[in-house]
Design a protein around this ligand. Structure first.
Ligand code: NAD
Ligand code: WQD
Length: 339
């Protein structure tokens, strides 16, 4: 049985990916320093899968600590989720972001190279595209200068992986550019755990519906879009997790066409903020009070994916609807209130 190291696996995307990897027959080891998560992540993975998944509390940017993990197990592949992800915080604390997000990746690559790991999957982001002139964005759409240090760590991270796989024979890499991940596992045992006031739209909506926030601010209705609110591509978390399994399968089956590959992971369907809020209210039969306010600085008008390359090459496609994602988001929010 092939073994996969999941760095940052206690977090939102890492915990869901761990579940799907185990479901696909992989053995998983989770490492995380719990800087933005808790033990409820690995515990949820164990409950859902019935597998006693090993968890090691470890700073992945610390070569000694991560080295000990590699002494204990041999890995066929690794997935790097271990990064900080707040765009505004990265603008006020750039060095925190460059240190953590890049050091953890370089440390992993140094160890992977020595230990003979075959492939690394890197969590990149659609943020690397900025506001493209032509939509949907394909993998050939130019990356624009990053608007935040967070975005810069994704561009530099991709380049680090590209250069490392070119230089070190036997090491392969896949960068997945996620669009906007939403939703939770249907069991409601794992989901997103935002700390403080959520910056992202869906956690803000679920907290407003739950009465934790009085109302949602919709940032701008004067964008050049059909209803004036911004367009994004919201991808279900379980579908996103499955894309990682497909990427690992591809690497381990030696199906890659080059040492380093990039795939967009999105639905290909643009959804406006208003459509999302209205769909959430309809699907869950719950009210979300909202008010239109000024645009949020740094936001782009519209971004959605052309994910046809992932469909063709990874053999992956979206299986969950927006209705399903917004239903599991709400179920997860309600389960948090009961904890
Ligand atoms: P998350 O914060 O829930 O998960 C990241 C996990 O990494 C957390 O559990 C955190 O404790 C851990 N971590 C951070 N630094 C670490 C370190 N040095 N050592 C060990 N663990 C560390 O975030 P997420 O939404 O699951 O994101 C996972 C990855 O996907 C990140 O790289 C993020 O930048 C990327 N991404 C996320 C989104 C999104 O909207 N959620 C979109 C595009 C890309
Ligand atoms: C979506 C839409 C907001 C909150 C961010 C990062 C990006 C990526 C995903 C990691 C926008 C609007 C939001 C609210 C609102 N992360 N909105 N009221 O901005 O597309 O992307 O998260 O890589 O890097 O920038 O996602 O969920 O913040 O916003 O009206 O309270 O919802 O203006 O149009 P975004 P988001």
């Amino acid at each position: 049985m092939a073994r996969v190291l999941v760095l940052g696996g206690a977090g939102y995307i890492g915990s869901h990916t761990s579940v799907e990897l185990i479901g696909a027959g992989y053995e998983v080891v989770i490492v995380d320093n719990l800087s933005n998560s808790s033990l409820s992540g690995p515990e949820g993975v164990r409950k859902i899968t019935g597998v006693d998944v090993p968890f090691v509390e470890c700073d992945c940017a610390d070569p000694q600590a991560l080295g000990k993990v590699f002494e204990r197990w041999k890995f066929d592949a690794a997935i790097h989720f271990a990064a900080y992800k707040s765009v505004p915080e990265s603008v006020s604390e750039p060095l925190k972001y460059y240190r953590n997000n890049l050091d953890s990746l370089v440390t992993l690559l140094e160890l992977a190279r020595i230990q003979g790991v075959h492939g690394i999957v890197f969590s990149s982001s659609a943020t690397v595209y900025g506001q493209p002139d032509i939509l949907p964005a394909t993998e050939q759409t130019p990356r624009l200068p990053a608007l935040s240090s967070y975005g810069a760590t994704k561009q530099i991270g991709e380049d680090i992986l590209r250069d490392s796989t070119a230089a070190y024979p036997g090491l392969k890499g896949i960068a997945l550019r996620y669009f906007n991940p939403i939703g939770a596992h249907p069991s409601a045992l794992i989901g997103e755990l935002p700390r403080g006031v959520p910056g992202n739209l869906v956690p803000f909506i679920t907290q407003t519906a739950a009465g934790i926030r009085p109302e949602l601010s919709i940032f701008g209705d004067d964008y050049p879009t059909p209803d004036g609110t911004a367009l994004r591509d919201y991808i279900d978390i379980v579908d996103l997790a499955r894309a990682h399994v497909a990427a690992v399968n591809r690497m381990l089956a030696s199906k890659q066409k080059s040492d380093y590959e990039v795939f967009n992971i999105g639905t290909g369907r643009p959804v406006s903020v208003l459509e999302l809020v209205n769909t959430f209210q309809r699907v869950n039969d719950v009210k979300v009070p909202f008010r239109i306010v000024a645009r949020r600085p740094g936001d782009i008008a519209a971004l959605w994916a052309d994910a046809s390359l992932a469909e063709r090459e990874l053999g992956w496609k979206v299986e969950r609807s927006l209705d399903q994602s917004l239903s599991t988001s709400w179920a997860w929010q309600k389960s948090l209130a009961q904890q």
